[in-house]
Design a protein around this ligand. Sequence first.
Ligand code: NAD
Ligand code: UD1
Length: 330
Amino acid sequence: MTILVTGGLGFIGSHTVVELIKNNYEVVIADNLANSKLEVLERLYQITGVRPIFYQIDVTDEALVEEIFRKHKFAGLIHFAGLKAVGESVEKPLDYYYNNIVSTMVLSKMCLRYQVDKFVFSSSATVYGEQPSPLREDMELKPRTNPYGETKAISERILIDTARANENFAVSLLRYFNPIGAHESGLIGEDPNGIPNNLMPFVTKVAKGLLVKLSVFGHDYDTVDGTGVRDYIHVVDLARGHVRAIEGLDTGVSIYNLGTGKGTSVLELVNAFIRVNGVDVPYEFVGRRSGDVATCFADVSKVERELGWKAELTIEDMVRDAWGFEQGGE
Ligand code: NAD
Ligand code: UD1
């Protein structure tokens, strides 16, 4: 069974490629290297002993995508390719709308044309907006008011409507909470360009001495210690969730939260990092970051019940592996 993985050299895509290969799938990767490096392909070979077929293409380019669909018979595809920086999406809305929505449309169209029946889509907890946690899949979508969040909500809509109109086309919308960590080998992980926006990659850079200190955004939230609470999930657990989603996809539309169901505060995460890795992470409290919510965590009962998938790795595993990757990158 061959699976097309768009964005397969990126953070979540690369870990999913490892899990797919471990489960005996053949993998074809399409990635334009907009936010990843070719070197990841070699790392995937080091981890799995298999060299996935790789196309360096932009998946918004219909002609190039069609060539791949003509060459291979896919059992399904997982669409990770997308731009994901919230702040940048506000500055460059057209880049985000074009890249994230046109790619979803081109790939869906090719699926229908070449009878590829399973489409797994990378959505985000951001589609829930500011609703009280635990967040459930049947809640109304209120994406946070930024173009990135909108592209996820619109892509979900496009896929739902396409599945409704084509009975063989089955769609799985996976809403990720906060993926962190890395493969235990330290060979692949999260490697953002420039100064990281997200907490975990910022912490590893401070621990390594590449950044002076962490700014903790807000310590007056109504949470356990006043800092923001999120549902951090190990990227390897998340990757395994994709294998279950592909296996469990039958007909229609399935929507699942991929999280742990547990909230962890910024200070709890930073303290776990310091304790587990025995390194210092200097930090200071600063004001809240605009657009942040106090608390965001998943209700994970649906995915557990329907797919038999459950996150297994702990916060300790996440901080250990994130640090392992940062050191591997030395
Ligand atoms: P990433 O940037 O590491 O990976 C995305 C990959 O897609 C990159 O390798 C990039 O080069 C590629 N890409 C982007 N546009 C492309 C295009 N038009 N054609 C071909 N390749 C293209 O990001 P990630 O963290 O692995 O995220 C994967 C997906 O999951 C994204 O759609 C993202 O929006 C979604 N998501 C991520 C998070 C998170 O916290 N990391 C949370 C929720 C949802
Ligand atoms: C991010 C995305 C969001 C996406 C979500 C899940 C942004 C702005 N938002 O949000 O669209 O749906 O991941 O993947 O990127 N923090 C600090 N200092 C820092 C960085 C973060 O204190 O330097 C705090 C934040 O205030 C928050 C927590 O750490 O409480 C996690 O932040 P982050 O990693 O950016 O994730 P989200 O805010 O959940």
